[in-house]
Every structure is written in C-alpha cells, then in structure tokens.
Design a binder for this molecule. Structure first.
Ligand code: Q46
Ligand code: ZN
Length: 314
C-alpha cells in the first residue's frame, strides 16, 4: 500500500476514506480533520482559554496533543475516579503526557472533592457508567467555570458519537437527540463543550497515539461491563465492516438533516434550566441529579434487619 499523498510506504489504512497514509501524512491528516471540525462548528475562538478533559486514554491524550500542535495553549484536567489500580495507571499516563509536553494539568480527586468514588456510586440506583458520566459532566464543567476557562474539550470520537446517536435513536430520546452536537454553546452555568475528534475514528486516534509515541491506558475500565454503548459499538463495527462509511453517513446525515429540525427543542431545553437549590448548578429539578447521586452514594449502608427465626409449624 502506498500513501495517498506522498507515495511512500503506507502504515495506516482509513477504509471509510478509501485511503492509506504514511506516518507523517497520517498525522497531518489528523491535524486537518481536527482543524476542520473546530472551524466548521466554531468550537474555539482566538484568545479563548481551553481546558481538555483528560482521562489518560488514547482519545483525550490525542486531542490534547493535536490542539497543542495546532497552536492552542490548552490545559488539561484529570478527574481521579477512585477505580483502584485502573485510576492510578490512568492518572500516571495523564501526568506523563503533561510533563512531556510541558503543559498544565489540573488534578481533581472525586473522593476528596465530593466524598465518594465510582465504585461507591455503583451501589446506588444508577448503573456505574451512568453515575460516572454524571459525576464527570458535573465536576469537569464546574472546574472549567471555577478556573475561568471558556471551552471544555472532550475526546469523544466519531465512534463514540455514532454509538450515542444510535442509542438515543433506538429510544427516540428527543431531548438527548436535540443536545447531540459536536459543539454545545455556552449557557448560564455551562462552559461551551466541544468534541474536536468528531471526524476521527477510534482506530485513527489509536494509530495517532502509536505514531506519536503517546503512552495511554490500554486496559478497559473494570466497571464498564453492562455499558450499553459498548454493545452499540460492537453492532456498529459489524455494520461498518460490511459497509465502510456507514457510521460517518449516519452521523453526518443526522447533523445535516435532523439536528437543525431540533433547534427549537434544544432552545426550549436550555430555557427550562434553573439552578440547584443545593449547589447552584444548572438543573431542571429543584435538586440536581449530581446532588441526588451524592446523597445516595454517601448514605451509610442500611443495617440489615436481623431475620427472625421462623417459628411456623409446617
Ligand atoms: S470510566 Fe466511568 Fe468509563 Fe469506567 S465507569 Fe464507565 S464511564 S467505563 S469512559
Ligand atoms: Zn446540585
């Protein structure tokens, strides 16, 4: 295989683009795709303060690396979830990257910040990934606002976005569909949230990290089992295997033809947001979902009632 651009030996095949690239041209292509996503969706404006949510995984480290190389002086924020050795190793990858690039990394620890870890939150009514997602959204947004950042960048890639879209479509979850954008504008209580990797697949971000020699955490999160998005990703990978480009077509079709029809609903949703009576975060309820999660996760475990001896006579 020859590189589409320079005719050197290709090392990465991008099937949905019917092309292959040498390492140099592939990195160049990744930069172009990110640049294009930022421009198309007006994700970052000049002079804005940018914060990248860094998990230690390939996507968040790739997007941080790409932004720095594109000239955005982005800082990172790492949220320690308290998932044993997995969190320790993820944190190490985030710190090592920050040190290598001479970039600033803000660290927050869930347990010391709010008094519970994700394994503790798994004892609540929520599934672990749902509790984790809620905690991440709440604390990362709060950190961005508290430190005066204009934009919060996440490492969601094309595969993530397609899996979320697929899940929301299966359930016809209209409010969630209305909110599914590569860039969610800032609004009261929210920093702007953007996804510059939306044009790159998971395979591409992994290849990018390998070529750029970025060490990222490869192991799966031990709490991921039962995560529906993993199932959707598997299904969509089977589809993509048979029909390369199907994922991008699905996502782009939604963005071009459906999302604009949901603009009014998105605006209504934004208008219905008030503030949490406890923490002041944006919410449509009196107490926000995060405060309710914290109540449940930090509540002492109920004492089990002693079972009374069964004295019945059979
Ligand atoms: S960290 Fe958290 Fe993920 Fe682990 S518990 Fe689920 S959401 S799988 S990206
Ligand atoms: Zn609250």
């Amino acid at each position: 295989m020859k590189c589409r651009r320079c005719e050197e030996q290709a090392v990465v095949e991008v099937r949905h683009a019917h092309a292959a690239y040498c390492p140099t041209c592939f990195v160049e292509r990744c930069r172009e795709q990110v640049s294009r996503a930022i421009g198309e969706h007006r994700m970052i404006r000049s002079g804005e303060k940018v914060l990248v949510a860094v998990s230690g995984g390939k996507d968040s480290l790739a997007v941080w690396d790409l932004l720095l190389d594109l000239g955005y002086p982005a800082d990172g924020v790492y949220l320690g979830l308290g998932i044993g050795g997995y969190s320790d190793r993820s944190g190490d990858c985030a710190r090592a990257f920050a040190e290598r690039r001479g970039a600033t990394l803000i660290e927050i620890d869930l347990a010391s910040e709010v008094g519970f870890t994700i394994p503790q939150a798994a004892n609540t009514r929520r599934m672990p990934c749902s509790a984790c997602g809620l905690a991440k959204r709440h604390l990362l947004n709060k950190t961005a606002l508290d430190h005066g950042y204009d934009v919060l960048v996440t490492g969601h890639n094309l595969d993530d976005e397609v899996a979320v879209l697929f899940g929301n479509t299966l359930q016809w979850n209209m409010p969630y569909l209305a909110r599914q954008r590569p860039a969610l504008p800032e609004s009261s209580g929210f920093a702007r949230r953007v996804k510059p990797l939306v044009r790159l697949t998971e395979r591409e971000t992994a290849a990018y990290c390998v070529i750029r020699r970025i060490d990222y955490i490869v192991e799966e999160c031990p709490m991921a089992s039962g995560n529906r998005h993993l199932l959707y990703k598997e299904l969509l990978n089977t589809l993509e295997e048979r029909d390369p480009g199907a994922k991008a077509t699905f996502l782009n079709g939604f963005a071009d033809r459906v999302a604009p029809l949901l603009d009014d609903l998105a605006a209504q949703e934004r208008d219905s947001v008030g503030t949490c009576s406890r923490c002041g975060s944006p919410t449509t309820a009196e107490v926000c979902a995060f405060c309710r999660l914290r109540d449940q996760a930090t509540r002492p475990p109920r004492r089990r009632k002693k079972r009374r001896r069964d004295r019945s006579v059979h």
